[in-house]
Write a protein of this length. Structure first.
Length: 637
């Protein structure tokens, strides 16, 4: 019996199998589509930038994160190759990475800058994989990380520059006491190279006897980090590479770094400061001993805006007071000055403060007993950058005995001068009478008596003439100090011209050559200055050598003085006589050879000293002499 097709199992089985395959395929398709849907959803919602790039270098697909990050639309991305969005300087690296990806199984990894639509650039970190002929890549915007890293780098660089530029040694130490950073000053102070210190324990720079306590102090510091000095009220010392110990000051500051907390130490070598402090202490001790050892009272007007002045113990003692018995003020000091001395004392101090003229003066100060004593005062002000006085220090020295003796001597000299003047003046009349009768005796009887009588007459005449000359010179010498100087501005050229007119006959007779240089205008007594020139030129003619007399008169400015020179080519003077020739009656030659009394140069000395100058000679025997004398200038300081 034929088989029933409807009951034949074979076709049905085939259909079932076909349907089963179809269902399976549909289920797989549905599963694939669901998976694709999930992938698309993940692709589109991912915050990372996902893209597919073909071997031609164009985007095939990319997610919205690209649009959000770089600002371009999908169409704008798909219309241009990937490299066109990459910063020009980064394109070669990107191209090389893609080429390596195509030839190897490596994964693409690199960072570069891509252009934003607004023209700026964003840093992207890429990671990609080649599958077949397609590149699947993920990019992440790392711009903020890059900027933060760059800012951190700049910050660290600034930090290092600050550390390096510090005049102190700078060390940064971690919580284990390990040195992490040092500057070049550390090398200079401690003698180590930087590479010898980095990574080493900071204890190597600390004295051995304090290393144990230092570790404890360091732990305490990290528990309570703050900016403060290290070792307050303790002396700190560091150890150099050569083992020498140096005194130091250390300031501490906590520094927070990415890898933890550090302490930054600023170390200053105070060797020079310690030495200066020691020198200052020794200087103060010397000053104190000097105050005790000298017979001078010291005063210090430290604040010239105020009235208070410091007086040394000796200052009080010189005035008869105990220390502190009188309040040390400028007001009290001025009140103790003699009324006749106050005005000139204050005027001189004002000149010193305003014009910087020297402050040296003799004045009288009232002591505790009420008597006035003579003191020599001096002082020196300190001036600021603006030229104003900021401080003044001075001293007083008891010169009462000296001043009393000087006054007694001055009075005695005055009386002696008066006596010499009177004696010389009163002697002239009887001497003229004697001289007149001797001359008559000589005229009437010379030649009528024997030779011995004639010789006696000659001796009497010569002695009388010399007595007249001596009395005349004594009068001249005494007159120098009897009258006040008639000082006025005078042209020295005119004074010398008058002197040469007075000496014309003697100059002509000696055939002397006189050379005169430019001469200044000075403040002086014209008559007395002329007397000086006349004496010096007369001596140059008198004490001439066998040569024709050559006499030069000149002047040159020397600080606060005009220095005059009278030079000749005469006999010259031995050095041992340079001083004595300015004393009264000191002669170097016999009266038979050269007439004179030996008073001329003494008169010159007296005149020049009255003008506030000095006179001296430099000479070489057989060559000539130069007489120097000085006259103060009249220029204001």
């Amino acid at each position: 019996m034929p088989n029933d097709p409807h009951t034949d199992g074979t076709p049905l089985k085939r259909i079932d199998k076909a349907l089963s395959r179809t269902n399976a395929e549909l289920e797989q398709e549905i599963a694939n589509r669901e998976q694709m849907h999930h992938l698309d959803t993940f692709f589109n919602v991912s915050l990372d930038m996902l893209c597919i790039v073909g071997v031609d270098g164009y985007f095939k697909q990319l997610n919205p994160a690209f649009e959000h990050t770089l600002g371009y639309t999908q169409d704008e991305f798909l219309a241009q190759p990937l490299l066109s969005f990459v910063y020009a300087d980064d394109q070669n690296a990107m191209r090389t990475a893609i080429e390596q990806l195509a030839t190897n199984t490596t994964t693409l990894r690199l960072e570069n800058r891509c252009r934003h639509k607004d023209g700026s650039y964003r840093w992207l970190a890429w990671k990609g994989l080649l599958v077949g002929d397609t590149i699947y890549a993920i990019a992440r915007d790392i711009t903020e990380n890059k900027e933060s890293a760059e800012a951190l780098r700049h910050s660290e660089e600034r930090f290092r520059r600050v550390i390096e530029s510090s005049p102190s040694a700078m060390l940064m130490v971690d919580q284990n006491g390990t040195i992490a950073l040092v500057n070049s000053q550390t090398e200079r102070i401690f003698g180590y190279a930087q590479e010898e210190l980095i990574g080493q324990p900071v204890d190597m720079l600390i004295s051995r006897e304090v290393r144990g306590p230092h570790r404890s102090y360091m732990r305490d510091y990290f528990m309570k980090p703050e900016v403060r000095p290290m070792g307050k009220d303790r002396e700190l010392h560091g150890i150099r590479k050569d083992g020498t110990e140096i005194p130091v000051e250390i300031a501490l500051a906590p520094v927070e770094m990415p890898d933890g907390l550090y302490v930054l130490s600023a170390i200053t070598d105070i060797t020079e400061r310690r030495k200066a402090q020691q020198d200052l202490r020794e200087s103060k001790e010397r000053f104190h001993l000097a105050l005790l050892g000298v017979n001078a009272g010291i005063w210090d007007w430290a604040n010239m805006q105020g009235d208070v002045v410091w007086w040394s113990p000796k200052f009080y003692e010189l005035l008869g007071y105990t220390e502190g018995e009188v309040e040390p003020t400028m007001t009290n000091f001025v009140s103790l000055l003699h009324p006749d001395d106050r005005e000139r004392t204050l005027a001189l101090m004002e000149q010193h403060l305003q014009e910087h003229k020297p402050y040296r003066i003799d004045y009288r100060i009232r002591t505790k007993e009420g008597a006035y004593k003579w003191f020599s005062g001096s002082g020196q002000a300190q001036f600021g950058k603006d030229g104003q006085p900021t401080r003044m220090v001075g001293s007083i020295i008891d010169i009462h005995d000296q001043k009393t003796a000087e006054q007694a001597l001055a009075q005695s000299n005055k009386e002696l001068e008066q006596f010499a003047y009177v004696a010389s003046h009163d002697l002239q009349e009887p001497l003229r009478t004697v001289t007149s009768f001797i001359e008559l005796l000589k005229e009437e009887y010379q030649g009528q008596l024997d030779e011995e009588a004639d010789e006696y007459i000659h001796f009497i005449v010569d002695g009388a003439q010399r007595m007249q000359m001596l009395i005349k010179d004594l009068l001249n010498y005494s007159r120098v100090g009897r009258h006040s100087l008639d000082s006025r501005r005078i042209d020295v050229n005119k004074v010398l011209k008058q002197v040469l007119n007075n000496l014309h006959a003697r100059i002509t007779k000696a055939d002397a050559a006189i050379s005169i240089g430019p001469l200044p205008t000075v403040e002086a007594d014209a008559m007395q200055l002329g007397q000086v020139f006349q004496n010096l030129i007369s001596n140059a003619i008198k004490f001439r050598s066998a040569q024709r007399p050559q006499i030069t008169v000149s002047a040159e400015k020397r600080g606060a003085y005009w220095q005059f020179l009278v030079t000749d080519n005469g006999l010259g003077i031995k050095e041992e006589h340079w001083d004595r020739i300015f004393h009264v009656f000191k002669r170097l030659h016999s009266r038979r050879k050269f007439k004179g009394t030996g008073i001329g140069l003494a008169v010159c000395k007296k005149i020049i000293e009255r003008h506030g100058g000095q006179i001296w000679v430099e000479s070489e025997q057989g060559v000539g002499s130069t007489f120097y004398f000085t006259i103060p200038t009249t220029e204001t300081a």
